[in-house]
Write a protein that binds this ligand. Structure first.
Ligand SMILES: [Zn+2]
Length: 343
């Protein structure tokens, strides 16, 4: 399950395509700005001319003249920035744009594969492209607290709304302070409380920061663990498994919904353990309670989660149900305190 040559070529071609697109964007902006600010075109022409003369002076060993020309070039550069910003353009408007700030869409940094290249390999190996599309929709800016009840539960305590506000803040801090291996999260709560949405928010925000993220359903993870357990030492299988252990962040969605057996359960413990040894972070979401985790997997797995994972317990009435009601126009207005269909 390693990367095939055609897959590798596809990633390389994607970088070539991005670079071409970037240059086309830059060229179009240049023409637009020249049209509006003819003075800027003149300054660019002068810059090209002075740079040529400076190169000649340097070759002739005339350092003093070259330095003087360098000073003039700097002045023109600053003048261009003033002209550009006073016309309302961002100061870097004419710079070559790029998606990845680390490699500027070349795929390499200091001769090594950039983290975005590694993520592209992971995405290809684990067929993560549908996830990227989902992340465009499910992120911190689209996360709405309005789906959480503002009423405190009958027994007292925090309302789901207040509680979720804190969980959201904790999740944002997790992203802000992220260092591989620093912290793991266990998101628990019944179906429809927003666990998957929240882990998507975290995944997307970290990917933007260049963190390598593998997002697996519990089913996919257990398949990978089973493949690893039953076909040890096959090189292709090892490469696939290496990513499961070595991504900066592994997200396991909906633990407890997979088919598992005792061999694979013990593989789960080894995987979580190995990731901690390698100083990597893991987020697990589950509907299961700690007792159910103990019963379904093992005491070792349960106590590892209790000791080394920050527990974020989500609760609410079923959000997906609410969203469906909203779409059907059956929404009950909780903001005005009208509940139970406004009877
Ligand atoms: Zn990059």
């Amino acid at each position: 399950m390693g990367l095939t040559n055609p897959q590798y070529d596809k990633i390389r071609r994607d970088y070539d395509r991005k670079q071409l697109e970037n240059r086309a964007v830059q060229e179009a902006r240049m023409q637009e700005v020249y049209g509006r600010l003819p003075r800027l075109r003149e300054m660019d022409e002068t810059t090209a001319d002075l740079a040529y003369q400076r190169a000649k002076r340097l070759l002739a060993g005339d350092q003093a003249s070259a330095d003087k020309l360098a000073g003039q070039l700097q002045e023109i550069k600053e003048g261009k920035q003033v002209l550009l910003t006073s016309a309302g353009y961002p100061v870097d408007y004419l710079e070559l744009p790029f998606h990845c700030p680390f490699c500027r869409d070349t795929g390499y940094v200091d001769g090594k594969r950039c983290r975005c290249f590694e993520q592209a390999i992971v995405d290809m190996l684990f067929s993560q492209h549908p996830i990227h599309e989902r992340l465009d929709q499910e992120n911190f800016s689209t996360f709405s607290l309005e789906y959480y009840d503002r009423e405190a539960p009958p027994g007292g305590g925090e309302s789901p709304y207040e509680h979720m506000k804190q969980i959201l803040a904790q999740s944002k801090r997790f992203v802000q302070n992220f260092q591989p291996g620093l912290e793991n999260l266990l998101l628990t709560g019944s179906a429809g409380t927003g666990k998957t949405f929240l882990s998507n928010c975290i995944a997307g925000a970290l990917m933007k920061k260049g963190v390598s993220v593998i997002y697996l359903s519990a089913n996919q993870l257990f398949e990978a663990l089973a493949d690893h357990a039953y076909s040890r030492e096959e090189p292709e299988q090892e490469e696939y498994y290496h990513w499961v252990l070595d991504s900066d962040l592994l997200i396991v969605d909906d633990l407890g919904t997979e088919l598992n057996n005792s061999l694979v359960s013990s593989e789960l413990f080894c995987c979580l353990n190995e990731r901690e040894l390698r100083r990597k972070s893991t987020i697990i979401s589950t509907n299961l309670t700690m007792n159910q985790i103990r019963a379904s997997y093992s005491e070792r797995v349960a106590s590892r989660l209790m000791e080394n994972y920050r527990l974020l317990r989500l609760f609410n009435s079923d959000i997906r149900l609410k969203k469906r009601e909203e779409r059907l126009g059956l929404a009950v207005n909780t903001k005005d305190g009208i509940k139970d269909g406004g009877k």
